[in-house]
Ligand binder design. Structure first.
Ligand SMILES: [Zn+2]
Length: 399
């Protein structure tokens, strides 16, 4: 994808004595790294060989565009510098209209971060003769994020409104940002599944509160033990309440994480140590690296797993008293529940190909922040994931 940035503010190039002028373009919010840079200028000058023109990238790296060309001729009119151009600017004639290969190499900037201040620097090294920079532009081609090869197919089994079904689709798209690698097509009951098929439904269980439902994988792939199918069943009474208070999307993303294996496949993959004890930990190498990074150390550090909260919560979530509002703790907090690099790392440990740039910003909470969240209170009022244990540790059917 190419993006064009322009500075139309004219700047005079004084004629009396040697001078230097700078013109800048601020580039902000461009995602990805540079694949290609070209520069276009419109510049009036009555003696072009007086000029040395440089592009300075946000990193400070300078590329010489042109120096001392054109003799006593006039102007650069619609001149584009492109390191892939067949014709060199050296030896070309004013007004240099067209596309030319610069004297330096713009491709040296490929792979760098496009964001920050770009500067066109013009040196007029001679007395007499001047002119004006009329405008210049940068054409930046940025590598796009590769499309995810991972898809979750949600099949709706009734009991869900159109608005609720749409939230499942948003949640599936969120996980496809996080998991990007394809899993092999696999046959389940003579149906081809690519990559995960989830049957989602709303069922009447016990009204508001109490049992919320259940979610987890139902059939695992041979070998990788990654899920091929899963189920998400919600109590209709609780769905309406969650929809009303704005928490439904986070809940569905969270529960879909359990279908993908978070907390549900840790034992099968030998990633859980100390289950049932006061200090269960997750010991995948990627998650241990990310927990260390959250602590500010490069040491691999076992990740604290929920040690309370009943069978549906303990041993299957990150520990709430350490991780606060992270999405995959056992309690959903009001407002923001970030899906952190830690959770993405745990999916890599399970065997998925992941994309860390899909992580939400997250830092470990302070004790004060945990206290304000109400973590540790006996009647902790936030939504409690009590459903996930139904499939965790139970006998998963293999394909
Ligand atoms: Zn849960």
């Amino acid at each position: 994808m190419q993006q064009v940035f322009v500075n139309n503010a004219a700047i005079a190039i004084p004629s009396a004595e040697p001078t230097a002028i700078n013109s800048s373009i601020q580039v902000l919010g461009v995602a990805g790294s540079l694949q290609r840079v070209t520069v276009s200028i419109d510049l009036i000058h009555t003696y072009t060989s007086d000029l040395r023109i440089f592009l300075i990238a946000p990193s400070g790296q300078e590329v010489l565009l042109v120096a001392g060309e054109g003799g006593s001729g006039d102007n650069f009119i619609s001149t584009t510098f492109d390191s892939d151009a067949p014709t060199a600017i050296a030896g070309a004639a004013p007004p240099f209209s067209g596309t030319f290969r610069p004297e330096g190499d713009l491709s040296l900037l490929n792979g760098s971060d496009p964001n920050g201040q770009w500067t066109l620097r013009i040196l007029d090294v001679a007395f007499l003769d001047g002119g004006q920079l009329n405008r210049w532009s940068l054409q930046l081609t940025v590598a796009e994020e590769p499309a995810s090869q991972f898809s979750i197919d949600v099949r709706f089994g009734g009991g869900l409104t159109a608005a609720q079904r749409a939230v499942f689709e948003v949640a599936a798209a969120r996980w496809a940002e996080v998991i990007v690698g394809d899993l092999p097509d696999t046959a389940v009951d003579s149906e081809i599944v690519d990559d995960v098929l989830i049957e989602a439904s709303g069922v009447a269980i016990d009204g508001t509160n109490g049992i919320l439902g259940q979610a987890g994988p139902t059939r695992l792939r041979n070998g990788s033990l990654l899920p091929a199918t899963g189920v998400m069943e919600f109590d209709i009474g609780d769905l309406a309440r969650l929809e009303a208070d704005g928490g439904l999307l986070n809940v569905i993303i969270h529960e879909m994480g359990h279908v993908l294996g978070i907390g549900t496949l840790w034992r099968q993959k030998n990633l859980l140590t100390g289950a049932g004890s006061a200090n269960p930990t997750f010991t995948g190498i990627n998650a241990m690296r990310e927990f260390g990074a959250l602590l500010g150390t490069s040491a691999m550090t076992p990740v604290p797993v929920a040690n309370m909260g009943g069978a549906g919560t303990r041993d299957g979530h990150w520990r709430e008293t350490v991780f606060g509002n992270e999405l995959m703790t056992g309690f959903l907090n009001p407002g923001n529940n970030p899906l952190s690099r830690l959770t993405i790392a745990s999916l890599e440990d399970l065997g998925y190909a992941v994309n860390y740039s899909a992580a939400a910003s997250y830092a470990l909470p302070t004790q004060l922040e945990l206290a304000i969240m109400g973590v540790g209170a006996g009647s902790y009022g936030h939504w409690h994931c009590s459903m996930c244990g139904c499939y965790r540790g139970s006998h998963h059917g293999l394909i």
